[in-house]
Design a binder for this molecule. Structure first.
Ligand code: MIC
Ligand code: SF4
Length: 643
């Protein structure tokens, strides 16, 4: 007899184009909405243009500007103008710089239960907080979805997370996410999607749910989702979108592949210590650490709920001179509501530096902490160097812990702050969509001239996979290498995202600045990685640049989901060791020869000519992925299919 369906399965089934929704099987689903942001979006729109479809075919595509906000020269403003004109020309909505962080604005204004959302940003699952099936992917996948093609992915194992009880005072959704990270680590979610259910969910507002689905990305999960219930309904009504509500619950006898349980009332304030989101400790264990900077915001914790909490905790108090408090509200809506309620004032009076409604310091766009200091941040990633200061330590915390720390100048357990302020979200938010520009009708759109600044270069052409490939091991890396390690972000590098040649010089810049020269000199070669290679962001540049420099295979113990797809989409073969111990056999500088052929079998032999040995490697490409990689990437593959 058929078992009932979980939420994930319900949405997949209602959008299914091809495949069987069984763990490990490849499924293709129809995509209702897409989201892009400026750091990934220029490439995504260039890719969309390369596909050659005149207008986006989704129900809704939104192009946000929130990452590359510093305008110290022409690079970022040119990209913004390109994105604005391209959105108008191709039929996408454009959220102007200053309107807010893509995930926060999308949650407020567009995300709806039962919809599928594909986003060119790893934290797209934030929209799972209202019951959207939201997945992060590389820009090329989003370009293809905008062109109307289904999105193909490996159906994950579905994990039921039963939430019980209710959070205590000063403990919040961020602590739930950190608890999950401490249990799962940064790779425990790979190949899985998490569904949060149980009595406890009723006590969590939509922005709190979204904090959890946002940060669950750090476990490597495909996505996370909450049911759509009365809380969701109230949120949508408060956003003036009540008609978009529909109930979405798992069936009583829904089948899950795994189960977990969290009693919310057992949780206390948690932090993730440098330099990994899974380095979780109780605040009480690490309290007292001197903190130079506190930063509150990011797509994880910048909602009106969080800002109200922070404002009211700061009310009538001052941040001490030794600590700098930076605040990035998530959206213009958040700020307008704070101004109307009078709470905005508490931030200013306390001495907070209120920054733009954007990603800001989270991606190293300003706000770098001093050398050798600690910065407590409500963000989701604390990878070494990501803040812009190589030897600073970033500690990830809830807004509660962050504000307590800001007021004390030392890492502080927020439970010391007395009674927690009561937070009430408005029954109706102040809504002002005037910074979201809708696309003009098709006849007018055709006349729009796209503005391309001099730094915006077309995508390089990529040739098919050669039958065999020989080269040197250019670098050998340990476990959990992030895409920030592969291709850093930050104020100096992000503005080069539209120019592959220029950005390529920054590959592995923090780990090994000589990599670029070596790869250039040798005309390419191999990268060797450990477990979970490419964790973190969706930036496809971390795959395009290696490919551009002549790398045709990465050999690792295992891969993170989005990066693995990005490699394939740009014609780089992700290979794993058939025998784990062979990782130790390969060394920096070894010469490797692999015969790819047509990648027919699962096994590929790597000849280490300088060592006179052969080691077996494996690929786990699906038939479709095999074709894509052989064609040299998703773009040539699509062109082949449609020509
Ligand atoms: C990030 O948080 O690392 C980013 C910057 O938002 C990336 C996207 C990018 O690199 O442009 C992400 O999470 O996908
Ligand atoms: Fe922006 Fe940071 Fe969120 Fe990435 S994680 S989208 S940089 S706020």
């Amino acid at each position: 007899m058929d078992m009932g369906k979980n939420i994930f399965e319900k949405i997949v089934t209602s959008h299914l184009v091809e495949g069987r929704p069984e763990p490990g099987e490849e499924v293709s689903i129809r995509i209702d909405q897409t989201l892009t942001q400026d750091a990934t979006g220029t490439m995504a729109f260039l890719e969309f243009e390369a596909i050659g479809i005149p207008r986006v075919k989704t129900e809704l595509s939104v192009s946000y500007v929130d990452h590359n906000m510093l305008q110290i020269d022409y690079l970022n403003p040119d990209d913004h103008l390109y994105l604005q004109t391209a959105a108008a020309r191709y039929g996408a909505y454009f959220s102007r710089p200053g309107n807010g962080i893509c995930h926060q604005v999308h949650l407020e204004r567009f995300a709806a239960p039962g919809k599928t959302l594909l986003g060119a940003d790893s934290h797209t699952p934030t929209a799972g907080g209202v019951g959207s099936l939201a997945i992060g992917a590389g820009g090329m996948e989003i370009a293809v979805a905008m062109a109307g093609a289904p999105y193909t992915f490996k159906y994950p194992k579905i994990v039921k997370v039963e939430l019980k009880g209710r959070l205590k005072e000063w403990v919040s959704a961020k602590d739930v996410a950190l608890e999950m990270l401490s249990r799962l680590t940064v790779k425990g979610g790979v190949g899985k999607a998490f569904e949060f259910v149980g009595e406890g969910i009723k006590t969590l507002s939509v922005p709190e749910r979204a904090t959890i689905t946002n940060m669950m990305v750090e476990t490597g999960a495909t996505t996370s989702i909450f049911p759509s219930d009365e809380v969701t309904k109230a949120w949508l009504e408060a956003q003036g979108r009540g008609e978009q509500w529909k109930p979405l619950m798992p069936d009583e006898d829904a089948k899950y592949d795994e189960e977990m349980e969290i009693d919310l009332s057992d949780l206390g304030p948690l932090v993730a210590m440098p330099h990994s989101p899974d380095n979780v400790k109780k605040v009480s264990e690490v309290e007292g650490l001197e903190v130079a900077q506190v930063a509150i915001g990011s797509c994880t914790n910048s909602s009106l709920r969080d800002m109200k909490l922070v404002a009211n905790a700061l009310k009538g108090k001052k941040v001490p001179p030794g600590t700098s408090l930076l605040i990035n509200p998530g959206s213009r809506q958040v700020v307008l509501n704070l101004i109307a309620s009078g709470e905005y004032r508490y931030l200013i009076e306390a001495g907070a530096r209120v920054l733009e409604n954007a990603c800001g310091p989270c991606i190293g766009m300003g706000g770098a902490p001093p050398s050798g200091s600690f910065s407590v941040r409500t963000y989701n990633r604390n990878f070494k160097g990501r803040s812009g200061t190589e030897d600073a330590g970033v500690i990830l915390a809830s807004p509660e812990t962050a504000v307590a720390t800001a007021l004390n100048g030392k890492l502080t357990d927020p439970r010391r702050m007395g009674k927690m302020p009561e937070i009430r979200l408005p029954e109706k938010f102040i809504i002002d969509d005037s910074m979201i520009v809708p696309p003009p009708p098709p006849q007018e759109a055709e006349k729009i001239a796209i503005r391309r600044g001099p730094n915006i270069k077309p995508l390089p052409a990529f040739d098919p996979l050669p039958m065999e490939f020989e080269g040197e091991v250019l670098i050998k890396l340990s476990d959990n290498i992030t895409t920030d390690d592969i291709l850093p972000a930050g104020a100096n590098v992000l503005p080069l995202r539209s120019n592959i040649e220029r950005i390529s010089k920054f590959i592995f810049h923090r780990i090994d600045p000589s990599f670029y020269e070596r790869a250039k000199e040798r005309g390419g070669g191999f990268i060797i990685g450990g477990e979970n290679y490419g964790q973190g962001s969706s930036r496809e540049h971390a795959a395009i640049v290696p490919r551009y420099l002549g790398i045709r295979a990465v050999i690792a113990k295992s891969f993170a989901r989005i990066h693995r797809s990005n490699l394939i989409n740009f014609g780089v073969v992700p290979l794993t060791f058939a025998r784990g111990s062979d990782y130790d056999v390969i060394a920096w500088g070894d010469r490797i020869k692999v015969k790819f052929g047509r990648l027919e079998g699962r096994e590929i032999l790597a000849e280490l000519s300088n060592k006179g040995t052969v080691i077996p490697l494996r690929h786990d490409l699906s038939e479709r992925e095999r074709e894509i990689v052989l064609a040299g990437g998703l773009l040539p593959w699509i062109r082949m299919r449609f020509s």
